[in-house]
Design a protein around this ligand. Structure first.
Ligand code: UDX
Length: 444
């Protein structure tokens, strides 16, 4: 195959959290980039310099990239096919309705639509999180549909970015994983990431299946670590221990480490929960379900944290939630994000509401999204206003502005000084000194 161009032109298909960040960062690294999305509203927004979601640092970088003339967005797959040498697939793979499996329809349609316009040699690179085996199946589809046939190859380059740190994680990742089927594909990927590799970022080259597995293995490990410490919290609750001190002591062991060992309400978001379920489901299909059956337990431990938080709030109001006024601090699945997918905070808020409590939710970034998905709840932009007359304040997403709340000032507006610290983000001594009844999962 005669196909070598030193500086590849790049397209990014799907401009959600992953794709928009990838497109902007690739342009910032000096490449000519075309972002493609079927959502014309999103495309228009991005072309006018607006990021359709909350991500620190991204709006500034988008403006710069647009000004440089190296980045634009389009709804046309035809344009993408004409323009790109390397096409990154960044569309979502949510959980299927009524199943634990990943829903691959967006990946399949993006790849098929793009392939129909590939008339010249090209590399299609999957970044979305998919069940192992998908890349092999997509290769077959791409080469069948593309006019360029087997001059189009598929590779897998899983993405590990965290929301809230997406720009940094993309420009300076811990590692790059290139799942490839040929030396040519590896060379092309090395060209696409040359500025990142030049910073000394390690590259791990694998086959397609291993690259697909790296992503789910990484997220499963992280989810397991969180559920591990939350399981210890359950034991602490029964035994009268303090899981915060326990975690601190474990973290000093370098083999264990303190990251992702933070106990509390547990994990949510658009990745960890659905990825462990899809992985368990895929492993069962492959006949190795037993090997990762512990992921079901990891999921169950995580869900129990949510119901236990509801119980703790109920305990504080004497067991009867009906009519109790609860202020929930936080809606997003974690701080510095407006993402409410599988958000533990909103899940708890809506359970409280179902049990008859009057719930007001406060969040610095996610109120619009929360309102759309949970119109039954009351919302407020300001914690002090929301907490007026509250029977319990529950901190469920540890935004910095909630950590910094003065317990005296908040104490002056509530009906009862009772706080549930769902994220171990407050100083119990300070809050107790200010007259609050302080409760946290896994702490005495
Ligand atoms: C995650 C992975 O970290 C990232 O590598 C992958 O690409 C996508 O999925 P993200 O979903 O953005 O990223 O969030 P992350 O920072 O991993 O947090 C996930 C959830 O775990 C959050 O709800 C967070 O509150 C919770 N968490 C995290 C804990 O409960 N305890 C911890 O110690 C760490």
């Amino acid at each position: 195959m005669e196909r070598s161009d030193p500086v590849p032109r790049i397209t990014v298909v799907g401009t959600g959290y992953l794709g928009a960040t990838h497109a902007v960062c690739m342009a910032a690294l000096g490449f000519d980039v075309l972002g493609v999305d079927t959502d014309a509203v999103k495309v228009a927004k991005l072309n006018s310099g607006q990021v359709p979601f909350f991500e620190p640092g991204l709006p500034e970088l988008l403006s710069k990239a647009l000004d440089s003339g190296r980045l634009r967005f389009s709804t046309s797959f035809h344009e993408a096919g004409e323009f790109g040498d390397i096409h990154f697939i960044c569309v979502g793979t949510p959980q299927q309705q009524g199943s634990d499996a990943a829903d691959l329809r967006y990946v399949e349609s993006a790849v098929t639509e793009l392939a129909a316009h590939l008339r010249q040699p090209a590399l299609v690179v999957g970044k979305s999180t998919v069940p192992v085996g998908t890349a092999a199946r997509l290769t077959e589809i791409v080469q069948r549909v593309a006019p360029a046939g087997t001059d189009v190859e598929l590779a897998w380059n899983p993405e590990f970015l965290r929301e809230g740190f997406a720009v940094d994680d993309t420009l300076r990742p811990d590692r790059l994983v290139f799942g490839v089927a040929s030396d040519w594909a590896e060379t092309r990927l090395r060209a696409a990431f040359a500025p990142v590799i030049a910073q000394g970022v390690p590259v791990v080259v694998t086959d397609l299946a291993t690259a697909e597995l790296v992503k789910v293995a990484a997220n499963s490990f992280l989810a397991t670590k969180i559920s591990y410490i939350n399981a210890m919290a359950e034991v602490c609750e029964a035994a009268g221990g303090d899981v915060a001190r326990l975690a601190e002591a474990l973290a000093h062991d370098e083999r264990i480490g303190g990251r992702f060992l933070k106990p509390g309400l547990g994990f949510g978001g658009g990745c960890l929960p659905k990825d462990i379920r899809a992985f368990a489901h895929r492993a069962e299909e492959l006949g190795v379900g037993q090997a990762v059956s512990f992921l079901r337990e990891v999921d169950d431990i995580n869900k129990r944290r949510r119901s236990r938080t509801v119980d703790l709030i109920a305990e504080l109001v004497g067991g009867e939630l009906r009519g109790a006024r609860i202020t929930v601090l936080g809606a997003s699945f974690k701080p510095n994000s407006d993402d409410i997918r599988d958000a533990p905070a909103l899940d708890v808020a809506s359970s409280l509401h179902r049990l008859g409590a009057q719930v007001t939710v406060v969040d610095p970034a996610a109120l619009d999204n929360a309102r759309r998905s949970h119109p039954e709840l009351a919302y407020c932009a300001d914690a002090l206003t929301a907490a007026a007359g509250a029977d319990v304040v529950a901190l469920l997403t540890e935004w910095n502005e909630f950590r910094l709340i003065d317990p005296q000032v908040l104490g002056a507006v509530v009906a009862h000084r009772r706080v549930v610290d769902g994220r171990h983000a407050l100083d119990p001594v300070r809050w107790r000194e200010a007259g609050w009844e302080y409760r946290a999962l896994g702490r005495p």
